[in-house]
Design a protein around this ligand. Sequence first.
Ligand code: NOJ
Length: 732
Amino acid sequence: MANDAEMNRFIDNLMGKMTLEEKIGQLNLLPGNDVTTGAVMNSPLAQLIAECKLGAVLNVNGLDKVRELQEIAVHKSRLGIPLLFGLDVIHGNVTIMPIPLAQSCTWNLNLIESGAVVAAKEATAQGINWNFSPMVDVSVDPRWGRVAEGGGEDAMLSGLVGAAMIRGYQGDFSNENMLACLKHFALYGASESGRDYNTVDMSRLRMWNQYMQSYEIALSAEPATIMSSFNVVDYVPATANKWLINDVLREKWGYKGMLVTDYASISEMTDHGIGDLKTNAARAMIAGTDMDMCSNAYSKHLAALHDEGIVADADIDRACRRVLTAKYKLGLFSDPFRFCNPKRLTTDIYTSENRKVARELAAQSFVLLKNNDNLLPLRKQGKIALIGPLADARNNMPGCWSTADRPELYSTLRECMQKELKGKAELLYSQGCNVYYSAAKQSAAAYTRNIPRVDDKEARNEALKIASCADVIVCAMGELAEMSGESASRADLSMPDAQMDLLKALASIGKPIVLLNFSGRPTVMSWESENIQSIMNVWYGGSETGDAICDVVFGKKSPCGRLTMTMPRSIGQIPIYYNYMNTGRPVGENQQKFHKYRSNYYDEFNDPLYHFGYGLTYSNIEYTDLSIEGENIRVKIKNTGAREATEVVQLYVHDVFASIVRPVKELKAFKRVTLAAGESQIVEFRLTPEMLSFRDANGNNVIEPGDFEIMVGPSSADKDLLKTTYKCKQPK
Ligand code: NOJ
């Protein structure tokens, strides 16, 4: 790879030959229609490319098409500048990984990176060289469907997950790597009411302390590109927000890469009510937005804005240089067809190696929420009834946000169980119900998922019949893929009605039930948690879900996922998150009753149903002997159960007395440790000044002397944590 000086010389030379129109052309990004991720546009791509009016395309699928367009760019346009091909490869390409939220529940950054390596390998084999991933938007509102795409409610963890993905996608920019695009800058996850694209408004202190760190941490992995968000920040849409893009991203954080808008975000500023397309093209450019996705704002108006002296040469040059730099880094100028090798279509896609990574990621992402009487793992014996509309739903397997899936290649849970139990136990199956009673509701959510509509009564009777002659019932229920992801907000997070009723009817039979809850978000499972013996959240686990579920349900692997978003008891508790502030009238955790004049609800407890960081294994880990010596924190953990287990040891800090109010606890470090039955280990952490600091309203680190509570344990729940105090004598 050439050095920076060589690269700059090359780009200077190229830009020296470019007309203003050609430079503006590089800033234009338009879609093909092979994949739909926004309003459909019919742009004459080939013509625009030949005329140097397009710098990149998105949503083109298929190596032949990529090659065809790249040929035009390289051989038929005046300067032969190659194109970027962008796609949302959010959690795998043909081999589908679990959704990012599920991946974050593994707390296994190396494995997440391996998943991203596979995604990049498969996508680049099909010509895609720019990935609109990772999303690291922190959200504390599971109504927002896009929580599926992020790394949960904690900014540090979410940033680390994003950084791992960036490393996996970009690697060393070989021809199996692609450009990452960190998104959405910024604060998209804080949309009011959990409604997608909605208004965001928050104090600077909250911004810096609860939300911005995820982007900052992910930036350490040097994403070549960043995407702006749809929402407003300080009442100005992010895409035109100079403070956000210039002052924070560029100047404070020193980001040098390219910034692309989200889909049509410049034209959407007219709906926001801040001017027409031309005004907003100027606002976006002046704020520091380099590439315009799907607004045709730069292509239509930048030249005139330049002639009128509103946008300077320097603005356009700067943006064009950043686009060319991204292309250069990707190696497109030395070989524009490096991602167009048809051989790789047969060697690199959906290989057993790739599937192995996906299966392992899926198995590690499942979170065992409840396991009364060690019902799980199940023995492969007797009669097992598999019931529910998601048990045999092939098209639902990939989950939301999969743009190149091939469901025909994937096995359903039913098929995998059948294979697993062959000759050992009898598998009985019934779909049992519709997803929703209402066909309209179901088809709105299931338009590509082909879940058959069944007669409610007949299906239920059939399910009850097989359930009553089974030894154990496994229910595969929950959300359809379309119920999460972009533009998939929900106002009710309980199990869809028809499934809930069936589950209740099954529970009344009195047989043991394992509920496998499929979801793209934390759902509300208060009834389930009281009435069902075993509950495992399996999210959308990707193409290998069926096998991965068998691995865990039948005990080949132990569950080890931990929640990265709090699970509420009821929707009225939302927003709900572990790193909240105490208030002046707290009720404390483990609240038993309503307290007048305290901060609580008349009709619900404050505590969540399941805490951030929580998840069971098939064993039991004991924590003892928490100590601090100097900066060294030590804790002893022992596997007191009968099986090997992987524990996620979590360290939280609380600033007891500060100049501003600080959260009751914040995650500062974690370690995954595998212990054989009976084994114990001393786990060590090093307390760094960073861990004791907070951000002021300008985003600068502040450390104040005084007491800090140090907490270590298997989840963020108070009852699970060992605690000690660290005295910080003076700021370092
Ligand atoms: C809109 C989404 O917000 C963004 O995340 C995605 O990358 C683009 N569409 C392109 O599909």
